[in-house]
Design a protein around this ligand. Structure first.
Ligand code: HEC
Ligand code: HEC
Length: 246
């Protein structure tokens, strides 16, 4: 009889503990749970071979080269600074940045934990970038350059190369429509993981400012050592089906 009572008490405590833990987990702010994952992933030593294995699922949308699509629906991710990719993956899966198309593929079952995030980010960082990304109309570039130098350069770097220490994205060579969509979402507060200083900085931008500066950014070329040769295909995925709509 005594034993049975103990058993019931024990089960009760376990159930309570579990529900409290589940509750506190469920209540953790998305930004906070993402921050913890970023911190963990940044401390790990990445394994490039495993990163290539994890990247397989990403190729479905971002293509084996990681160049995305020129219509900007899928961004180029090749060459992105590892810390930036780590932060975006953690934010997307913690729902601190909305991405309903990609989110299912960031579940722990498919993507793994902090180690896999670190691995795939390192793999992506060393992929050579698209030499032929889509760009804006090129009508107001001098003005775009002036806006860039006055408002963006301090953070994103002189040539849009980003800043690894601060996890500020590399934006050079990105497809124009993706730049436009993200910039707009950052400005209207739809991209919740946006940098608040950047939001303030672009708060008063006119449509002309926005169009000109993003056109200019899309034309900033990554340095040669980060650029693929024209026609390069990722040899890690030789049998990838390259159908229509590329
Ligand atoms: C089903 C399609 C799909 C798959 C699979 C997918 N993504 Fe994405 N990814 C997207 C879309 C769409 C966006 C852009 C969303 C937006 O506009 O905010 C995106 C955005 C990103 C970004 C943000 C880029 C930036 O510049 O901020 C990163 C990083 C990224 N994906 C990495 C990955 C990785 C790594 C994988 C594989 C583990 C992956 N994606 C799998 C569709 C996908
Ligand atoms: C105070 C620093 C700061 C300034 C100024 C700033 N940015 Fe940013 N920007 C950031 C950071 C940090 C992010 C990434 C936020 C995140 O998701 O963590 C970002 C994100 C972006 C993105 C999305 C990139 C992606 O891959 O999804 C674009 C596009 C962008 N910035 C363009 C600009 C342009 C153009 C300007 C100037 C008009 C500008 N930024 C000014 C810090 C800044």
């Amino acid at each position: 009889m005594m034993l049975r009572f103990d058993f019931i008490c024990c089960a009760l405590v376990l159930t309570l503990t579990n529900s409290v833990l589940a509750g506190s987990h469920g209540q953790m702010e998305p930004a906070e749970s993402a921050r913890q994952e970023v911190e963990a992933a940044l401390k790990l030593t990445p394994d490039l071979d495993n990163g290539r294995r994890v990247f397989m699922v990403c190729t479905v949308c971002h293509l084996p080269e990681g160049w995305g699509r020129s219509d900007g629906r899928y961004p180029q991710i090749a060459g992105q600074l590892a810390g930036v990719t780590i932060k975006q993956l953690a934010d997307i899966r913690a729902r601190n940045r909305d991405n309903p198309t990609m989110r299912p593929f960031t579940s722990p079952q498919l993507l793994g934990g902090a180690q896999e995030i670190a691995d795939v980010a390192a793999y992506i960082a060393q992929l050579p970038m698209n030499p032929d990304n889509s760009v804006g109309p090129g009508l107001d570039l001098e003005y775009g350059e002036k806006i860039y130098q006055e408002n963006c350069q301090d953070c994103h770097g002189r040539n849009g190369e980003g800043n690894a220490a601060e996890h500020i994205p590399r934006i050079q060579g990105q497809h124009i429509n993706y730049l436009k969509r993200q910039f707009h979402w950052i400005r209207i507060g739809k991209r919740r993981n946006a940098d608040q200083k950047m939001v303030k900085q672009i708060h008063r931008f006119t449509p002309r400012d926005e169009v000109a500066v993003l056109d200019y950014v899309s034309r900033l070329k990554p340095p040669l050592e980060h650029l693929a040769a024209p026609g390069w295909r990722n040899p890690d995925f030789p049998s990838y089906f390259r159908g229509v709509g590329r």
